[in-house]
Design a protein around this ligand. Sequence first.
Ligand SMILES: NC(=O)c1ccc[n+]([C@@H]2O[C@H](COP(=O)([O-])OP(=O)(O)OC[C@H]3O[C@@H](n4cnc5c(N)ncnc54)[C@H](OP(=O)(O)O)[C@@H]3O)[C@@H](O)[C@H]2O)c1
Length: 334
Amino acid sequence: MVESREIRLKNRPVGMPTADDFELATVELAKPDEGQIQVRNIWMSVDPYMRGRMSDAPNYVPPFALGVVMQGDAIGEVVSSNDPSLKPGDLVQSMYGWREAFNAPATKVRKLDTHGLPAEALLGVAGVPGLTAYVGLLHIAGLREGDIVFVSGAAGAVGSMACQIAKLKGHKVIATAGGAAKTAFLKNELGVDEVIDYKTVTDLTAALAKAVPDGIDVYFDNVGGEHLDAALANAKTLGRFALCGMISDYNAASQPNGSRNLFMAVTRSLRLQGFVILNHMNLQPAFARDLAAWHAAGKIKWRQTVLHGIEQAPNAFLGLFKGENTGKMLVKLG
Ligand SMILES: NC(=O)c1ccc[n+]([C@@H]2O[C@H](COP(=O)([O-])OP(=O)(O)OC[C@H]3O[C@@H](n4cnc5c(N)ncnc54)[C@H](OP(=O)(O)O)[C@@H]3O)[C@@H](O)[C@H]2O)c1
């Protein structure tokens, strides 16, 4: 028998979750049955969308069950195999995160080819966050020559990739993030043209107008709320908005207030389109090709914030809502 510690959902939080909403438990794993493998996780991802799964309100993914181990993207190593398709030492990606080890059918994991990248990049820059930035900018917003691009939540996993893709394609980029360190990262390392520290401005709409007097053509929204209103107020006619996420609302204890500036969508003929990346996985091969070329040319930078040990997974998750990460938030296991 092998022991594995795992994180279970204890309560459905209202408002900002706390460490008390999670519990750490230990389970024992037998040898894998026929067709199964045993995997020891090395990296796990925490992501803002998981907040929606802690609630039982209707969502595009089912809620986490109470008292049961949570789920999420993870990378691990096969330690024991009872299936010919995988052998000990193989790296695999799965949705069996939030636990140190697991047994599962071999068909439920994907053998990983890291293409020379560190394995954990497959949870960040080369994984779902990177793909989300790529799809949102190029396919949802339909980036066109000369567009001025505004990205919110820009120092995070998705946002930092959206800024870089827009810069690689030759666009002027305006970004928001919280705090001096993130502002410096975006300006000095990613080459973003104008960065607003939204935590220090009293009027975000005015700050954006000052940064881009001629307005924005594209808005990549990770934040919603006041950011979306500022973007609406500063949009050029025929502007396109890729609505990727609205993290400022995820912990609202009651229904968030509606936008004050939505009428601008009418008067300026704006196109606002939301998207869920799961519906665009067909674009993954194109993204992987472009990313490989950008990486080979030394044009992609990434940061990650790493907490260590399964017991730190709730803190890593809660840190997303306090801005504690630059780039991808990860938990290193083992
Ligand atoms: N549509 C899709 O399929 C899809 C897929 C992946 C992610 N997403 C969405 O994309 C967004 C970014 O996700 P990510 O994984 O890259 O997370 P992330 O940006 O790496 O981490 C979250 C960041 O959000 C910022 N934040 C937290 N609360 C905020 C608030 N009240 N107001 C403004 N900023 C706040 C914090 O940065 P600061 O320090 O700058 O505040 C924090 O570091 C999220 O909205 C997520 O739900 C959507």
